[in-house]
Design a protein around this ligand. Structure first.
Ligand code: MLT
Length: 248
């Protein structure tokens, strides 16, 4: 098994992902929001790569069952139901609903990786669940950090490195590319205080300036949710537990 990390998704062609097992990370905040929304009972999250497409999809599905969420420059988009704060996606707001989500980097990275054979959503909030699933599979792994408008982001790379560190605990023989090794080193430097790292990184500082301190705190929590959101057929869901598997 080989693990590779992309620090940013911008220079990868969509077709590269065909047949691959891919994990997308956007700690601040898209993948933290997606896992929270699904854990709290959203039916699905539909990631889109433009606001126009978000409005088109929401107007073409049942009104009342579909909500729009996301951000532009960290703030809620005019006409959308929610912003991109995971704290907004509580059960009272979203239970049973389809959420169409547009974010500056995270949902675009997911849409870019849409041809993957397996496509998983990871944040600090569900890191160990993702690592367990990956360690149980034989496939090579591509971890895509969403980055910030084409630039490296510390928080996504530290999350990628921690994910690798967890997989190594189960399978110490995995092969790592140079970028995977670099992610692992950064994770070792920052894992003791993820909140501090998130507060001091570029996007954390911007979120702080825009009043989202609570989001930074929330997104720094490790392993709050034991779920792995899976992208398939243009939508992200938590797969139903196979009853035969639990019976055996
Ligand atoms: C993104 O996709 O760039 C983000 O998740 C931005 C944010 O929520 O602040």
């Amino acid at each position: 098994m080989k693990v590779n990390v992309f620090f940013v998704p911008s220079n990868i062609d969509d077709i590269y992902f065909a047949g691959k097992t891919t994990v997308v990370v956007d700690v601040l905040r898209a993948t933290s929001t997606i896992v929270t929304a699904l854990y709290n009972g959203a039916k699905e999250v539909i990631p889109v790569d433009s606001t126009e497409f978000a409005l088109k999809v929401s107007s073409s599905t049942f009104s009342g069952q579909t909500l729009t969420g996301g951000e532009r420059n960290t703030k809620k988009i005019d006409g959308f139901h929610f912003g991109n704060s995971p704290l907004e996606y509580n059960p009272d707001n979203i239970k049973g609903k389809s959420i169409i989500l547009f974010t500056t980097n995270g949902t675009k990275a997911i849409v870019k990786a849409k041809f993957s054979k397996n496509l998983y959503i990871c944040s600090f909030l569900n890191l160990t669940s993702v690592s367990r699933l990956l360690a149980s599979q034989e496939s090579d792994i591509e971890i895509v950090c969403s980055g910030g408008s084409g630039y490296f982001c510390m928080e996504d790379t530290v999350c990628a490195g921690l994910l690798i560190s967890e997989i190594l605990k189960v399978n110490p023989d995995i092969e790592l590319t140079d970028s995977a090794r670099a992610g692992l080193l950064l994770a070792k430097s920052y894992e003791s205080d993820l909140y501090k790292m998130l507060s001091e990184c570029d996007h954390g500082k911007l979120l702080n300036d825009n009043g989202y301190q609570e989001d930074i705190k929330f997104c720094s929590n490790l392993n709050v949710y034991d779920v792995v959101p899976v992208f398939s057929a243009n939508t992200i869901k938590i797969p139903a537990v196979d009853k035969n598997e639990t019976a055996s």
